[in-house]
Design a protein around this ligand. Structure first.
Ligand code: ADP
Ligand code: ZN
Length: 641
């Protein structure tokens, strides 16, 4: 534990009650705290309004996307109110595994914080309880089951009696809703806080925003009088790209090598087996990758999570079991090798990239098999018909996103009820895909499937279908006499790739279904309108992907400069590399992830500007008073040898 900001307070002494209002009239203390403690120049988005509201003792519900900056929304009021004599802020968080690092980050900036959970020794627990009961602690993190237990409630009551219970922050508040996918029974008990301590302000925060969950949070946490702050869900620094699956592993490798050499990233796969295989394969290719899925031992999972958070440039290959609460700011890409379930899941998973605001990629590869699999999983699930209908609707929305030829972001935000303009930072905006009128091609394909059935009462898969359309003389064609079909060879003008795209889109649109072990194709009722020419189909031009052996579009992505900001070169790059090595040493000594010491962006600024005095160093974003004092001279010595 670092020096206590209020260490001279006797633990039994009553802290002075200085109303926040009185202090606020002396200037803009909340911005001053932001600058002094965190070293940031300005609040982002709605942060200012939120911290103003909460610091003055009002309740709030904050809906903000991942990476939007929720932590500061309760940390700044906690600090302000503590300085004004209001005592301790209690932060309810469901993620015990992450508390250590959250608290470590606060102590690094000189804010006295601690956590209470089952991993602590009795001695440590007692020490932290003393810190809390004295009112010295600024923030205390605890899981909901702890907050609601009898012993802790008695402690809160004692604090409250002495005017030292400042604020409740309820993180991941959507866990209180049964509609959300992260429901926790213990969250239901949290309404107790309001019942027992009605005058203590409460702040609930979440990145999950649908109407149902919001209504649930308000009701179950009794936040009817809270002001609701809804931020835009846009993540402008994330570049979205959804590409056609060709040879997915090679595509992934090319993507990582060309765009993210040496970067930290997450690769999502659907099955445990595929997670293991993909991680093995990446390692064979020289990219350090760790597997993570629910089938691994808890200790292995914890170890891999810690390594991902603490080491630079690791790739985590994972099922969706990985990710909630991971606040590593410098994840530079999130790749999907399989189609997620729906747009909500896709957005939440990709949102883990670029929390630091730096350029990041959300990259997904999908193909016919993904579409078929997702449809089949819904059809074969034991759920009732209503539920299946909703799931199908959600899958359709995701497929429409994947096949879209216009801005991805406009579609994503529209899905969450937000209107926007083309973004200029997605694949479709950057390289608008050529489109073509696929109506005729679709009719040829549908009628060929129909002819198969008419000819021999048989169904076939996509490969044979495309061979017949292109007029290929294969053994199978000869065996079934398909060269005699009127559709044989009518599609010779299109490439195999183009035909695959037509088929994928027909399946995505629900005109064709693929069934059984061999994915044999048949028509649905809606195919009739297409066959009759009543429906117009505009299709994306199939992109001809580079093949084996051909190098990608890498432009001088040198190995040594891996993951360095692109604009650093020469001396600045050398300084950046040295700063990173120095940071790794500090992080190791403090048993914390490197980003807790300084973000990459802060190191990059130091390398670029090369400050010569403590005053200049203090001007860099991310350098607050405590870090300046603790590390300033070391950094100056390193930058000015
Ligand atoms: P969330 O919890 O909403 O996902 P965080 O609180 O982890 O987001 O914040 C994301 C990142 O943005 C963090 O690294 C944080 O330090 C940084 N950040 C938040 N607010 C600001 C700000 N006003 N200025 C600069 N950086 C900020
Ligand atoms: Zn766009």
């Amino acid at each position: 534990m670092s020096a206590l900001p209020l260490a001279d307070f006797d633990s039994d002494a009553q802290l002075p009650h200085l109303p926040v209002e009185a202090r606020r009239s002396q200037g803009a203390p909340l911005t001053a705290i932001l600058q002094e403690v965190f070293g940031y120049t300005a609040f982002r988005g709605q942060q200012q309004a939120i911290v103003d509201h909460v610091s003055t003792g009002h309740d709030a519900l904050v809906l903000m996307p991942t990476g939007g900056g929720k932590s500061l929304c309760y940390q700044i009021p906690a600090i302000a109110r503590h300085r004004a004599g209001y005592g301790v802020t209690v932060v309810v968080s469901p993620l015990i595994a992450l508390m250590h690092d959250q608290v470590g980050a606060l102590e690094e900036v000189g804010v006295h914080a601690a956590f209470l959970n089952s991993t602590l020794s009795l001695e440590d627990t007692q020490r932290i309880e003393r810190e809390m009961m004295s009112g010295r602690l600024v923030l205390l993190y605890a899981a909901p089951e702890r907050v609601t237990n009898l012993r802790f409630q008695a402690q809160l009551a004692s604090l409250h009696e002495r005017g030292l219970l400042s604020l409740f922050a309820i993180d991941e508040a959507h866990c209180v809703s049964q509609w959300g996918h992260d429901f926790r029974e213990d969250y239901l008990q949290l309404s107790l806080l309001h019942e027992r301590f009605p005058d203590v302000p409460r702040l609930a925060l979440t990145a999950t925003a649908d109407d149902q969950t919001r209504a649930d949070m308000i009701e179950r946490l009794q936040l009817q009088d809270a002001r609701v702050f809804i931020s835009s869900f846009d993540r402008p620094n994330i570049r979205y790209a959804l590409v056609e699956k060709d040879e997915p592993r090679k595509q992934l490798l090319r993507f990582i090598r060309d765009e993210h050499d040496g970067d930290a990233g997450i690769v999502y796969c659907q099955s445990r087996k595929k997670v293991e295989e993909t991680a093995d394969w990446l390692n064979e290719q020289g990219i350090t990758a760790l597997p993570y899925h629910a089938g691994l031992d808890a200790s292995v999972r914890q170890k891999h999570q810690d390594r991902f958070l603490r080491e630079d440039g690791l790739v985590m290959v994972a099922t969706i079991a990985f990710g909630m609460g991971i606040d590593k700011p410098d994840v530079r890409f999130v790749a999907h090798l399989d189609l997620p379930k729906n747009i909500e899941a896709y957005y939440q998973e990709t949102g883990r990239a670029g929390r630091d605001g730096g350029q990041a990629d959300a990259w997904l590869t999908y193909g016919l098999a993904d579409v078929v699999n997702q449809r089949r999983m819904i059809d074969e699930s034991p759920a009732n018909d209503d539920f299946k209908r909703i799931q199908r609707g959600k899958l359709d929305a995701l497929l429409a996103l994947a096949e879209a030829h216009d801005c991805r972001r406009v579609r994503l935000l529209a899905y969450f009820g937000e209107a926007s303009q083309p973004c200029g930072n997605c694949d479709n905006c950057l390289t608008p895909p050529a489109t073509w009128d696929g109506t005729e091609a679709a009719r040829k394909m549908l009628s060929c499937i129909y002819r198969f059935w008419q000819h021999g009462r048989q169904r076939f898969g996509g490969g044979h279908l495309i061979d017949v359309l292109r007029g290929k003389q294969t053994d199978k064609v000869a065996q079934y006499g398909h060269q005699s079909l009127s559709t044989f060879g009518v599609g010779a003008a299109l490439s195999e790739n183009q035909w695959r795209a037509v088929l994928r889109q027909l399946v995505a649109l629900g005109h064709v279904v693929a069934e059984g072990e061999y994915n044999t194709l048949s028509l649905t009722d809606s195919a009739r309108a297409v066959l009759k020419g009543e429906v117009q189909l505009t299709l994306r031009e199939a992109v001809e992907l580079p093949r084996r052996g051909r190098a990608g579009k890498a432009e001088g992505s040198g190995g040594a400069s891996a993951a360095a900001p692109a604009d650093l070169n020469g001396a600045a790059l050398a300084r950046f590399t040295e700063l990173k090595a120095w940071r790794a040493g500090v992080a190791k000594a403090h048993n914390l992830p490197a980003y807790v010491v300084f973000h990459d962006a802060t190191l990059a600024d130091m390398a670029r500007i090369a400050p010569q005095t403590l005053g200049e160093l203090a001007g860099i974003s991310g350098v607050g008073a405590k870090k300046l004092q603790a590390y300033g001279n070391q950094i100056l010595a390193l930058l000015n040898p």
